[in-house]
Design a protein around this ligand. Structure first.
Ligand SMILES: C[S@@+](CC[C@H](N)C(=O)[O-])C[C@H]1O[C@@H](n2cnc3c(N)ncnc32)[C@H](O)[C@@H]1O
Length: 285
């Protein structure tokens, strides 16, 4: 959804933009290429993503600053840059293919790897801590929050199978709780892995912090674009934008959530669950 994102995000050709989830630098590169007079700050909490982005964005280094931080730390993370309000902020939430495709990061149930799932490898909690030490009840609550309908069954199976050794072991435990019924649209472990990733990375809390700061970091007329990949995140974004609109701080630009086109999904199946929402900072009263 790069084109849609840019069409909402970019207003001032010489503006300062913030990519709060720079990841592999795809959106950042598109912004820098589209607006040769703009400056960009790229943020990510994953040092490996930043290394990758730095290499990819080398031709734009005179207009680009990369910062290792969480977007929850806005606006303070902008202070050392002497950066004032920005013309646009983009958050493309979730994991990158760099993270998902590296078995040693532990995000994928497709390949065996350690139960890690930390985007920031210096953060204290891993998926192994949760699956091997949380109570059955805590596990069931966690799974329920990610809309897993068999939360209780899976939580019980995990506790009975301890110690859970790795991602493949966990995927097998979850799959074993389900009676095989024809072809399923989702892998049976999808929501379990999602729930763990959300908890390990404190995704709900950090997104809430970010959404609270959006009106603070934008100048009037500045735009926020958020792309989410599951309904929990999208609900959070929708409610935050509505709350800020009711308070007179933001105007919602996407009356209905924007979904990728069929062609985009055909070209990139991982985009199928993407949902985009955009809003604009209003003038102070
Ligand atoms: C879907 S990827 C972004 C891909 C990027 N837009 C691109 O075009 O390559 C999401 C990125 O957000 C980062 N991320 C997730 N939560 C974050 C947070 N709280 N603060 C900063 N970065 C975060 C992840 O490490 C990951 O690199």
């Amino acid at each position: 959804m790069v084109e849609e994102a840019l069409s909402y995000l970019l207003t001032r050709p010489d503006g300062l933009y913030l990519d709060a989830t720079v990841g592999l630098g795809g959106h950042a590169e598109a912004i820098l290429r589209r607006l040769p007079g703009c400056r960009l700050i790229g943020v990510d909490k994953d040092p490996m993503a930043l290394e990758f982005a730095q290499e990819r964005l080398r031709p734009y280094m005179n207009r680009l600053t990369l910062i290792r931080s969480s977007y929850a730390d806005l606006p303070q993370l902008l202070e050392p840059q002497g950066a004032g309000p920005v013309s646009g902020v983009l958050a493309d939430l979730g994991v990158s293919s760099l993270q998902l495709d590296a078995p040693e990061r532990g995000f994928s149930f497709q390949q065996a790897g350690p139960l890690d799932m930390r985007m920031d490898p210096s953060s204290p909690l891993t998926a192994a801590d949760i699956v091997n030490h949380w109570s059955e009840r805590e596990l069931a609550d966690l799974l329920r929050r990610a809309d897993e309908p068999r939360a209780h069954k899976i939580a019980r199976a995990i506790v009975r199978s301890r110690p859970v050794r790795d991602t493949a072991h966990l995927a097998a435990i979850v799959t074993g709780t389900r009676k095989a019924k024809g072809r399923q649209k989702l892998h049976p472990a999808t929501r379990t892995f999602l729930a763990l990733r959300i908890a390990v990375n404190r995704e709900e809390e950090e997104l809430e912090q970010f959404l609270l700061r959006v009106p603070v970091i934008l100048h009037p007329g500045g735009r926020a674009v958020v792309i989410s990949f599951h309904s929990l995140e999208d609900r959070q974004v929708k409610h935050a934008f509505r709350r800020e609109a009711a308070a007179g701080r933001l105007r919602i630009l996407t009356k209905k959530v924007v979904r990728p086109s069929d062609e985009e999904v055909a070209a990139n199946p991982r985009a199928r669950s993407a949902r985009l929402r955009a809003a604009e900072r209003l003038e102070e009263e």
